[in-house]
Design a protein around this ligand. Structure first.
Ligand SMILES: [Ca+2]
Length: 224
Protein backbone atom coordinates (compact mmCIF):
# COMPACT_ATOMS: atom_id res chain seq x y z
CA UNK A 1 0.00 0.00 0.00
CA UNK A 2 1.09 3.53 -0.53
CA UNK A 3 1.61 6.02 2.26
CA UNK A 4 -1.43 6.28 4.51
CA UNK A 5 -2.63 9.58 5.93
CA UNK A 6 0.31 11.63 4.67
CA UNK A 7 -1.73 14.80 5.02
CA UNK A 8 -2.58 14.32 8.71
CA UNK A 9 -6.07 15.70 8.18
CA UNK A 10 -7.47 14.78 11.56
CA UNK A 11 -5.01 12.55 13.42
CA UNK A 12 -1.86 10.41 13.23
CA UNK A 13 -3.66 7.25 12.11
CA UNK A 14 -1.46 5.00 9.99
CA UNK A 15 1.68 6.27 11.73
CA UNK A 16 3.56 4.88 14.72
CA UNK A 17 4.83 7.44 17.23
CA UNK A 18 7.46 6.59 19.86
CA UNK A 19 10.27 8.12 21.87
CA UNK A 20 12.02 8.36 25.20
CA UNK A 21 12.66 11.03 27.78
CA UNK A 22 10.84 14.35 27.69
CA UNK A 23 9.10 14.14 24.32
CA UNK A 24 5.75 14.01 22.56
CA UNK A 25 4.55 13.13 19.08
CA UNK A 26 1.10 14.57 18.43
CA UNK A 27 -1.34 15.69 15.77
CA UNK A 28 -1.30 19.50 15.56
CA UNK A 29 -3.77 21.30 13.31
CA UNK A 30 -3.35 19.22 10.19
CA UNK A 31 0.28 18.29 10.70
CA UNK A 32 2.33 15.85 12.77
CA UNK A 33 4.47 17.45 15.46
CA UNK A 34 7.45 15.85 17.15
CA UNK A 35 9.00 17.54 20.18
CA UNK A 36 11.93 16.75 22.44
CA UNK A 37 13.37 18.64 25.37
CA UNK A 38 17.17 18.39 25.63
CA UNK A 39 18.45 14.76 25.88
CA UNK A 40 15.35 12.99 24.54
CA UNK A 41 14.36 11.29 21.30
CA UNK A 42 11.12 11.22 19.32
CA UNK A 43 10.09 9.15 16.29
CA UNK A 44 7.21 8.90 13.83
CA UNK A 45 7.27 6.19 11.22
CA UNK A 46 5.23 4.18 8.78
CA UNK A 47 5.83 1.01 6.78
CA UNK A 48 4.52 1.13 3.23
CA UNK A 49 5.07 -0.24 -0.25
CA UNK A 50 6.70 2.20 -2.66
CA UNK A 51 4.30 2.67 -5.57
CA UNK A 52 5.44 6.06 -6.82
CA UNK A 53 8.60 7.41 -8.42
CA UNK A 54 8.98 10.29 -6.01
CA UNK A 55 8.23 10.96 -2.38
CA UNK A 56 7.87 14.47 -1.03
CA UNK A 57 7.10 15.98 2.32
CA UNK A 58 6.84 19.42 3.83
CA UNK A 59 8.76 20.18 7.01
CA UNK A 60 9.15 22.93 9.54
CA UNK A 61 11.57 22.97 12.44
CA UNK A 62 11.31 25.27 15.41
CA UNK A 63 13.60 25.71 18.39
CA UNK A 64 13.61 27.62 21.64
CA UNK A 65 17.41 27.85 21.67
CA UNK A 66 20.14 25.52 20.38
CA UNK A 67 18.47 22.47 18.93
CA UNK A 68 18.67 18.72 18.89
CA UNK A 69 18.78 16.96 15.50
CA UNK A 70 15.62 16.58 13.40
CA UNK A 71 16.13 14.04 10.64
CA UNK A 72 14.41 11.65 8.30
CA UNK A 73 15.24 8.20 7.04
CA UNK A 74 14.09 5.83 4.35
CA UNK A 75 14.83 2.19 5.14
CA UNK A 76 14.35 -0.56 2.57
CA UNK A 77 14.90 -4.21 3.38
CA UNK A 78 16.78 -3.28 6.53
CA UNK A 79 19.16 -0.99 4.64
CA UNK A 80 19.05 2.72 5.36
CA UNK A 81 18.82 4.36 1.94
CA UNK A 82 18.46 7.89 3.26
CA UNK A 83 19.63 9.25 6.59
CA UNK A 84 19.45 13.00 6.39
CA UNK A 85 19.29 15.83 8.87
CA UNK A 86 16.55 18.43 8.52
CA UNK A 87 17.75 22.00 8.90
CA UNK A 88 17.21 24.00 12.07
CA UNK A 89 17.96 27.50 13.22
CA UNK A 90 18.73 28.69 16.74
CA UNK A 91 15.59 30.09 18.30
CA UNK A 92 13.85 30.32 14.95
CA UNK A 93 11.92 28.32 12.36
CA UNK A 94 13.08 26.72 9.13
CA UNK A 95 10.71 25.22 6.59
CA UNK A 96 10.81 23.63 3.17
CA UNK A 97 9.96 20.64 1.03
CA UNK A 98 12.06 17.55 0.40
CA UNK A 99 11.59 15.38 -2.66
CA UNK A 100 13.50 12.22 -3.45
CA UNK A 101 13.63 9.84 -6.37
CA UNK A 102 12.26 6.44 -5.37
CA UNK A 103 11.93 5.04 -8.89
CA UNK A 104 14.62 2.41 -8.23
CA UNK A 105 12.61 0.98 -5.34
CA UNK A 106 9.10 0.73 -6.72
CA UNK A 107 7.38 -2.38 -5.42
CA UNK A 108 9.57 -2.70 -2.33
CA UNK A 109 8.51 -2.37 1.28
CA UNK A 110 9.97 0.66 3.01
CA UNK A 111 9.94 2.45 6.33
CA UNK A 112 9.80 6.24 6.30
CA UNK A 113 10.86 7.63 9.66
CA UNK A 114 10.93 11.17 10.99
CA UNK A 115 12.76 11.80 14.23
CA UNK A 116 14.47 14.22 16.56
CA UNK A 117 17.67 12.74 17.98
CA UNK A 118 19.49 14.23 20.94
CA UNK A 119 22.67 16.09 20.04
CA UNK A 120 26.03 15.64 21.79
CA UNK A 121 25.46 18.92 23.61
CA UNK A 122 21.87 18.19 24.60
CA UNK A 123 22.48 18.57 28.34
CA UNK A 124 23.83 22.10 28.05
CA UNK A 125 21.86 24.92 29.63
CA UNK A 126 21.32 26.58 26.25
CA UNK A 127 19.34 23.64 24.85
CA UNK A 128 15.57 23.48 25.27
CA UNK A 129 12.69 22.29 23.10
CA UNK A 130 13.16 21.24 19.48
CA UNK A 131 10.09 20.80 17.27
CA UNK A 132 9.67 19.05 13.91
CA UNK A 133 6.41 19.48 11.97
CA UNK A 134 5.67 17.16 9.05
CA UNK A 135 2.91 17.33 6.45
CA UNK A 136 1.97 16.22 2.93
CA UNK A 137 4.00 13.01 2.83
CA UNK A 138 3.33 11.56 -0.61
CA UNK A 139 4.05 11.83 -4.32
CA UNK A 140 6.04 14.83 -5.47
CA UNK A 141 6.23 17.05 -8.54
CA UNK A 142 7.99 15.78 -11.65
CA UNK A 143 8.94 17.34 -14.97
CA UNK A 144 7.13 15.39 -17.66
CA UNK A 145 8.04 17.21 -20.85
CA UNK A 146 10.83 19.46 -22.09
CA UNK A 147 10.84 21.12 -25.52
CA UNK A 148 13.33 21.02 -27.11
CA UNK A 149 15.10 18.22 -25.30
CA UNK A 150 17.99 17.79 -27.71
CA UNK A 151 20.00 20.41 -29.55
CA UNK A 152 23.46 21.15 -30.86
CA UNK A 153 25.25 24.47 -30.63
CA UNK A 154 28.15 25.04 -32.97
CA UNK A 155 29.18 28.12 -31.00
CA UNK A 156 28.01 29.74 -27.75
CA UNK A 157 24.23 30.04 -27.85
CA UNK A 158 21.20 30.96 -25.82
CA UNK A 159 18.32 28.52 -25.90
CA UNK A 160 14.83 28.71 -24.51
CA UNK A 161 13.13 25.58 -23.27
CA UNK A 162 9.56 24.91 -22.23
CA UNK A 163 9.27 22.61 -19.24
CA UNK A 164 6.05 20.99 -18.08
CA UNK A 165 5.61 19.80 -14.52
CA UNK A 166 2.91 17.65 -13.02
CA UNK A 167 1.94 17.29 -9.40
CA UNK A 168 1.49 13.61 -8.67
CA UNK A 169 0.18 14.24 -5.18
CA UNK A 170 -3.16 15.37 -3.87
CA UNK A 171 -2.27 18.82 -2.55
CA UNK A 172 -0.87 21.98 -4.12
CA UNK A 173 2.86 22.43 -3.59
CA UNK A 174 5.68 24.87 -4.07
CA UNK A 175 9.00 23.54 -5.31
CA UNK A 176 12.43 24.41 -6.64
CA UNK A 177 12.48 23.40 -10.31
CA UNK A 178 15.39 21.43 -11.66
CA UNK A 179 16.27 19.71 -14.91
CA UNK A 180 19.04 17.39 -16.04
CA UNK A 181 21.48 18.59 -18.71
CA UNK A 182 23.81 15.96 -20.14
CA UNK A 183 23.25 13.78 -17.10
CA UNK A 184 23.92 16.52 -14.54
CA UNK A 185 21.16 17.81 -12.30
CA UNK A 186 21.08 21.57 -12.63
CA UNK A 187 18.75 23.23 -10.16
CA UNK A 188 20.64 26.49 -10.41
CA UNK A 189 19.73 27.34 -13.98
CA UNK A 190 16.10 27.53 -12.87
CA UNK A 191 16.52 29.73 -9.83
CA UNK A 192 12.97 30.60 -8.95
CA UNK A 193 10.51 28.89 -6.66
CA UNK A 194 7.37 27.75 -8.44
CA UNK A 195 4.32 27.90 -6.23
CA UNK A 196 0.96 26.27 -6.05
CA UNK A 197 1.28 23.49 -8.58
CA UNK A 198 -2.18 21.98 -8.39
CA UNK A 199 -2.72 18.24 -8.76
CA UNK A 200 -4.05 17.33 -12.19
CA UNK A 201 -3.16 20.70 -13.69
CA UNK A 202 0.22 20.56 -15.49
CA UNK A 203 2.27 23.74 -15.42
CA UNK A 204 4.39 24.73 -18.42
CA UNK A 205 6.98 27.46 -18.10
CA UNK A 206 9.68 28.84 -20.40
CA UNK A 207 13.25 29.24 -19.24
CA UNK A 208 16.22 30.84 -20.97
CA UNK A 209 19.48 28.93 -20.76
CA UNK A 210 21.98 31.64 -21.69
CA UNK A 211 25.52 31.33 -22.97
CA UNK A 212 25.80 27.60 -23.50
CA UNK A 213 29.12 26.65 -25.03
CA UNK A 214 29.22 24.83 -28.33
CA UNK A 215 28.24 21.19 -28.05
CA UNK A 216 25.37 18.75 -27.93
CA UNK A 217 22.79 19.02 -25.16
CA UNK A 218 20.32 16.43 -23.97
CA UNK A 219 17.86 17.91 -21.51
CA UNK A 220 15.79 15.55 -19.42
CA UNK A 221 13.22 15.84 -16.68
CA UNK A 222 14.68 15.82 -13.20
CA UNK A 223 13.62 12.57 -11.56
CA UNK A 224 13.76 14.02 -8.06
CA1 LIG B 1 -2.08 18.58 6.47
Amino acid sequence: MSITNGTFDTDLSGWTPSGNGNYDVIWDTGRARLRVYQCSNAYLEQTFIIDINTISFDYETATDNWSELPKWQLIIGGTTIIDENIATGRGTTVFGTKTIDTSAYVGQTAIIRFSIIQSWACANYDHANTYLYIDNVGPGIVATNIVPNHMTCTSPCDITIDVTWENLGTISRSFYPAIVINGVRTPFVLPEVLTQIDPGTPLTKSFLLPGLTGGTYNICPDPK
